[in-house]
Design a protein around this ligand. Structure first.
Ligand SMILES: Cc1cc2nc3c(=O)[nH]c(=O)nc-3n(C[C@H](O)[C@H](O)[C@H](O)COP(=O)(O)OP(=O)(O)OC[C@H]3O[C@@H](n4cnc5c(N)ncnc54)[C@H](O)[C@@H]3O)c2cc1C
Length: 459
């Protein structure tokens, strides 16, 4: 970093909040994807005014700035692809206000998802998106990636809860969007524009979130299926049966086999296992819904169905799903975790297609995911030190994306575009949509300093 700019940055954040130490720069060069690139320096900020001053300086000097939460992104979104300054927001970690009577929470972006969950619990409220990384990821990161989770089919994703934002624009101006009212249709929806924008349009410095009363009862059940078609039909039938399960997860055969090889869970090695949870405010209500789910499992030729009779039994049924990512991550030196999403009725077709792609490229691809909203996670396992396997992995990823689009789905339901899927944006978005997205980027960030090189915004 140029010495005079370094001194200006230190003036803004203080010497203790500026770093060029190798250990920090290496940490900032990664997220949870396979990408890496080092920044020139990192700064920890505590106040919106500091973010504003840094953006003014960076805009004047044309230096890239990369907002960063916890770096758990799976698509290289927080990688400093062009070097520059990592703007670490993890010290802006205060819950500013919880207002139960207004059904909202106001938080700084560095608050960890689980911290808010814990703070809301005594009031009997929750913020539903529930990403699996909730113990470590930040709410700023959740907003910037529009994070979702296992409860998406019933509760939606982060975008359904963001009422308003404070954002620092790339030129340093501070802007407020939305309001503290539960509903507002005033003007363009600038709030939504920033949700899922992956830190390319502005830096989020305060978030107003709608919160929900927390259901106090839940029922859990599983069904195993010898055919993907039967499992797929069961998913569709459940989702239009008039009930809305809070969870409807699927684990494919490859995933079940891998879990069996690496744990003592001893799961049935069938084509698909479905895990369902119904929630509500009385046990009768959740049992009523679960009975319907179990009936649908049976009608669709489930080989076996099980319903948990207690919390301990429910935790047992959840073990397979909860262990999937970690078990699969350990099998090969490298993996990519995709999150293609298709209409609910196409889940079986997508799963069948994934199996065909795995055979074609002679790769192990294990799939699990949120069947209830069509969001599947094919995890491609490969040896990243073998160029032939890397080539096959890339070709298989591309075919997965093409298949999802051909089934009227999307490249990504949760993990974002970042660097990983930038070259596939045009598969999904027509030239006019791409042109509008690039024009928006130019409008907010004419000098292309905020998280440059992402989302194919430059071509
Ligand atoms: C084991 C594991 C499980 C996961 N499970 C899920 C899941 O269930 N659902 C899901 O959606 N994701 C999941 N993820 C992905 C990841 O956790 C989410 O994308 C999360 O929202 C990222 O938060 P973060 O704080 O780590 O953000 P980072 O990785 O630090 O940043 C992500 C993006 O947000 C931008 N950003 C961060 N903070 C701000 C801010 N304040 N203002 C503007 N831009 C900002 C960054 O520039 C970057 O583009 C998982 C990841 C892992 C490793």
């Amino acid at each position: 970093m140029n010495e005079s700019i370094k001194q200006e940055l230190i003036k803004i954040v203080g010497g203790e909040n500026y770093t060029e130490r190798l250990i920090d720069l290496v940490s900032y060069s990664y997220d949870a994807s396979e990408h890496f690139h080092r920044p020139w320096c990192g700064v920890w900020v505590e106040k919106v005014e500091q973010v504003s001053e840094i953006m003014k300086l960076a805009n004047r000097e044309r230096i890239p700035v990369i907002p960063r939460g916890s770096g758990t992104g799976l698509s290289g979104m927080a990688i400093p692809a062009r070097g520059g300054i990592v703007l670490d927001l993890s010290h802006m970690n205060k819950i500013v206000k919880i207002s139960i009577e207004d059904r909202l929470a106001v938080v700084q972006p560095g608050v960890i998802y689980a911290t808010l969950e814990k703070a809301l619990d005594p009031y009997g409220f929750f913020f539903p998106p529930d990403p699996a990384s909730g113990k470590v990821c930040t709410l700023g990161g959740n907003v910037a990636t529009n994070a979702g989770g296992v409860k998406g089919a019933k509760y939606g994703t982060t975008k359904d809860y963001v009422l308003g934002l404070q954002v620092v624009l790339p030129d340093g101006r501070i802007m407020r969007t939305g309001s503290k009212a539960i509903k507002s249709v005033s003007g363009y929806d600038l709030t939504k524009l920033f949700v899922g924008s992956e830190g390319t349009l502005g830096t989020v410095t305060e978030i107003t979130l709608k919160i929900n009363p927390k259901p106090i009862a839940a029922s859990t059940g599983i069904g195993t299926f010898d055919s993907l078609e039967d499992a797929g039909h069961a998913v569709s039938e459940i989702m239009h049966s008039g009930i809305l399960p809070s969870v409807l997860e699927i684990l494919g055969r490859e995933t079940l086999v891998a879990i069996n090889k690496n744990t003592d869970l001893n799961l049935p090695e069938v084509d698909a296992m479905l895990l369902a949870e119904t929630d509500g405010y009385t046990r009768e209500e959740t049992r009523y819904q679960m009975n319907k789910v179990i009936d649908i499992f049976k009608r669709n030729h489930a080989r076996e169905v099980k319903e948990a009779g207690s919390d301990v039994e429910a935790a047992e049924l959840w073990k397979a799903r909860k262990s999937a990512y970690a078990v699969l991550a350990r099998i090969r030196t490298h993996f990519v975790l995709e999150d293609v999403t298709v209409p609910i009725s196409k889940v079986a077709a997508m799963l069948r297609g994934v199996n065909e792609i795995a055979r074609k490229y002679d790769l192990q691809i294990a799939t699990y995911g949120h069947a209830g909203d069509g969001n599947l996670h094919p995890q491609i396992l490969y040896d990243g030190y073998d160029p032939d396997q890397v080539r096959r992995m890339e070709a298989a990823s591309e075919e997965l994306f093409k298949l999802a689009i051909s089934l009227e789905g999307t490249l990504t339901g949760e993990h974002g575009i970042g660097l990983s899927k930038a070259s596939y944006m045009a598969l999904e978005h027509d030239p006019v949509a791409m042109d509008v997205m690039r024009s928006l980027k130019k409008l907010f960030d004419p000098n292309n300093i905020l998280n440059p090189g992402k989302m194919a915004l430059e071509e």
